[in-house]
Design a protein around this ligand. Structure first.
Ligand code: B1M
Length: 212
């Protein structure tokens, strides 16, 4: 009998080949891809997210676990699509205009993917116009924006204003973060949420969507 707990454990240890092998074994045994995803991959990433938040593990461990997650997802994705599983909520993220820092953004994207969101990463140096265009195209439930420079914080404000002006604000929750960002800045520019780290971005997004 396939052990979904072993998938979670191997994911936390970053053992990509082992995760792939265990996921395949679970699929071969007839366990539903949805259950393998939730009770194996996402369960492991959840525990890791909590440890990351508590400074019990660090960035390299998260990056290696994310690679293991991708190895497992490679097997599950086509099966999930075929089984017509309920579409995951879309989380779109970009680093704002003028800002090229992407390490934190990538971590947030990985954590969100680990939590079961369908992630659309639109990159760095994203203009307000591009945010608007991509919100129209991808229709995310949550839009994340990242900024690492005090000089690019105003670009977040402009992007939020552009989304409001385009009449899209009611359709998407906006969560912001990055080293210079604070809750009071989020309140000031009309963002829906602020997350100090990647694991919190998952908590804040879920809360905003009424998922927890
Ligand atoms: Co730059 N840089 N950098 N840099 N850089 C900082 C940010 C800086 C604090 C260094 C310093 O002076 N002490 C400083 C900013 C000062 C300020 O504005 N107050 C700075 C500067 C000045 C610059 C340049 C202007 C330097 C120059 O050219 N004169 C230049 C600007 C380029 C540009 O963007 N236009 C620049 C360039 C670069 C590199 C290209 C060399 C490189 C980036 C490489 C890359 O990202 N691919 C770089 C780096 C690596 C850094 C430091 C050293 C590390 C940043 C990082 O990746 N941290 C940084 C100093 C530091 O932080 N110690 C610095 C690790 C990462 C995991 O943390 O991104 O904070 P972070 O993400 C966290 C949280 O903030 C949060 O989650 C993550 C953790 O869980 N988070 C979110 C992030 N986004 C989120 C979004 C969310 C929620 C949470 O919701 C959607």
């Amino acid at each position: 009998m396939a052990d979904l707990n072993a998938i979670a454990e191997s994911l936390m240890k970053g053992q990509a080949p082992k995760v792939k092998e265990l996921v395949q074994a679970a699929v071969d045994e007839g366990i539903s891809p949805q259950q393998i995803l939730t009770e194996g991959l996402i369960a492991g990433m959840n525990v890791l997210g909590k440890k990351f938040k508590a400074n019990e593990v660090y960035i390299p461990e998260v990056l290696i676990a994310a690679r293991a997650m991708h190895a497992g997802m490679g097997i599950l994705k086509p099966l999930l699509a075929k089984s017509g599983a309920k579409a995951a909520k879309v989380f779109m993220i970009g680093t704002v205009k003028g800002d090229l820092h992407d390490i934190g953004k990538n971590l947030v994207a990985m954590m969100m993917e680990g939590a079961g969101f369908d992630v659309a990463d639109i990159g760095i140096d994203v203009t307000s116009e591009k945010f608007v265009e991509m919100v129209r195209e991808k229709k995310p439930e949550v839009l994340g924006m990242s900024a690492l420079l005090t000089t690019t914080m105003p670009a977040m404000k402009s992007a939020v204003e552009a989304i409001k002006a385009a009449g899209l604000k009611d359709s998407v929750k906006i969560v912001i973060g990055g080293a210079p960002i604070t809750q009071s800045f989020a309140d000031e520019i009309g963002a829906d949420g602020y997350a100090p780290d990647a694991a919190s971005a998952v908590d804040v997004s879920k809360k905003l969507l009424g998922m927890q």
